[in-house]
Design a protein around this ligand. Structure first.
Ligand code: ADP
Ligand code: TRP
Length: 322
């Protein structure tokens, strides 16, 4: 089974990215052939400052490595190190109806948030489909917000294969984590673009402040509380083991507990979980050449698969001779 996923370098990574996507990416690498890339072409839809894009791209690489991605098993690389994806995106655009792209929620959400409706933003799903199909991926681990894009990819693989009457492209399936939607500080989906994140690698002081600002209701300390409608509980649950989660569930229901206590415990659990990675990241950041070398090796592995797919695609549509 071949696994593939991508993360845009469009801002600092956060708990939503970790529990929705990255944690799965790292564990899947122990058992499957995995390709993970940093989607810098996609990030051009929002980051239009060269120095910033370089920096954010390197940050994502550092984040993955610090969190323990085993690059001897998984190929980690930059999207634009395999530029043929843009060729495949073009080819897919010639077999895909405009209506399919017009139905994309993510495009509509981004426009509603005030992003410019560029062609890049509109055709984002075509490039994403090319990313997946060029590596003949079977499974794509992502958060729930990306599922529609994977379904579009399935459609596009079908359109291509039907048009050219050959099974060239493999139909991928999404793979959802146990936490497909992680709430942010305000209870909406945690997202870089909502400013409601808990970043993975902030200074502990800043992280603590963010956690203390998780929005909770005004139920008095003595009153029983409902864990299932509490934002802080949803975040606690991601970090605590099941026995501890059960204890907190009981304490919520009994009353006599303030939200400050929960937040304090979240801060401790966060620190226990991410401190080792933060320290590893600081060390790795001192060796940019090593990071560069790993990305380069990852790209070599990815390119070999991409080239083979593109030869089949080009032959199927008559761009080169059989
Ligand atoms: P953001 O919304 O912060 O810009 P991205 O769109 O770059 O995040 O998402 C990168 C990956 O992380 C995707 O697979 C996405 O599904 C996952 N992800 C992002 N935010 C969340 C969240 N709040 N809960 C679960 N998964 C998430
Ligand atoms: N659209 C994804 C996101 O915003 C990033 C991405 C680009 C991706 N290409 C991909 C994810 C291919 C999975 C597979 O998170």
């Amino acid at each position: 089974m071949r696994v593939l996923s991508g993360i845009q370098p469009s801002g600092k990574l956060h708990l939503g990215n970790y529990f929705g996507a990255m944690q799965q990416h790292i564990t899947l690498a122990a058992e499957h052939e995995c390709f993970y890339f940093i989607a810098n072409y996609h990030a051009l839809t929002t980051i239009q400052d060269a120095a910033q894009l370089i920096q954010l791209t390197r940050d994502v690489a550092l984040d993955y490595l610090a969190l323990g991605l085993d690059t001897s098993r998984a190929a980690l690389f930059r999207q634009n190190d395999v530029p043929e994806v843009t060729e495949l995106a073009w080819i897919l655009s010639t077999v895909t109806g405009k209506g399919l792209l017009e139905r994309a929620h993510s495009y509509k959400d981004k426009i509603a948030k005030g992003l410019q409706p560029t062609m890049g933003l509109f055709t984002y799903p075509l490039l994403m489909a090319a990313d997946i199909l060029i590596y003949q991926a079977d499974r794509v681990p992502v958060g729930r917000d990306q599922v529609q894009h994977i379904e579009m990819t399935q459609d596009m693989a079908g359109y291509f294969n039907q048009t050219y009457r050959q099974e060239v492209l493999v139909r991928p399936e999404p793979l959802l984590s146990e936490a497909p939607v992680v709430p942010g500080l305000d209870g909406q989906k945690m997202s870089k673009s909502y400013g409601n994140t808990i970043e993975l690698f902030e200074e502990p002081r800043v992280t603590q402040k963010r956690i203390m600002s998780i929005k909770t209701d005004s139920t008095p300390v003595e009153a029983p509380k409902n864990p299932n409608s509490c934002n802080a509980f949803a975040i606690l649950k991601l970090l605590a083991n099941s026995a501890e989660t059960q204890q907190w569930t009981d304490r919520y229901r009994q009353g006599g507990m303030g939200y400050g206590e929960v937040k304090k415990r979240i801060t401790e659990l966060f620190e226990e979980r991410f401190e080792p990675a933060r320290l590893r990241r600081q060390q790795l950041a001192k060796h940019p050449d090593q990071v560069e070398k790993l990305l380069h090796e990852g790209a070599e592995r990815a390119r070999a698969v991409a080239h083979a797919t593109m030869q089949k695609v080009r032959m199927a549509c008559g761009l080169i001779r059989v």
